[in-house]
Design a protein around this ligand. Sequence first.
Ligand code: SAM
Length: 287
Amino acid sequence: KTIDIASPARTQAILNQYGLRAKKKFGQNFLTDGNILAGIVAAANLTKEDHVVEIGPGIGGLTEYLARAAKDVLAFEIDPDMVKILSETLAPYENVQVLEQDVLEADLKTVLAGAFGDQEAVKVVANLPYYITTPILLALLQADLNWQQLVVMMQKEVADRLSAKPGTKEYGVLTVMLDYYASVSVALKVPAAAFNPAPNVDSAVVSLTPKPAEEPVDEPKQLFSLVKACFAHRRKSLWNNLLQRFGKEEETKAKLTAALAASGIEAGIRAERLTLAEFTNLYKALK
Ligand code: SAM
């Protein structure tokens, strides 16, 4: 029986064989715990019908688990050294395709349609490079993909922000943006010891499922731009942040006052108390 790529001994042996170390600049921390890998596959409810997109396959430890459980896997890897390793480690798996590409540069909708067929549903499963967790999440959510589930490992601190409640210090722009697109739950908490090398933060696997926006807007990016402006100075009132964004002319103030009244929001509160629905009402009232 072959030994899993992700086992601690084989991970180290593969890196030694190629004379490589994990690269910090690419956020490389390889999972070496089979229980966690099995937990990720279980959280994604994978079946042999599923098309999986992986971001950052590294040496292929998670990819191997995905290839065994899913129909096929398309993986984006930025590091040519990893792509070389993958051509060897994943050779037994004919249902895996590795693209040497920065996922943030990829035209996801087009690439996925090419790999799996137009409009095919996909699941995204990844142990994310932590230095770009937020941009990757936003790129995935805003790419208009037919996604069924995202199961992604990230630093615990970001996971806490995704599922934060209004009024807490973790609640912010990212929470509100996520709430527009998805329901969020934490599937697994993962200790640093599950990786080689161990990251200096705790990690969590988060499961996102799509939810139709309760109040869809034509230009979600404009809504998020307003949300960002409202959070620009967390300690300041909503009113002050709005003036900062729109200007302090009397006419502007009158318009803002009317919009706040129409959406039932007190000017003196802080953005961290507002729900997505309230931000959406304010956005619509200001349009
Ligand atoms: N999947 C492997 C595992 O679980 O052991 C490795 C995960 S490691 C945390 C993150 C991976 O993402 C690395 O292989 C890294 O080279 C890759 N990566 C970093 N930035 C990337 C980017 N912009 N696009 C695609 N892959 C990237």
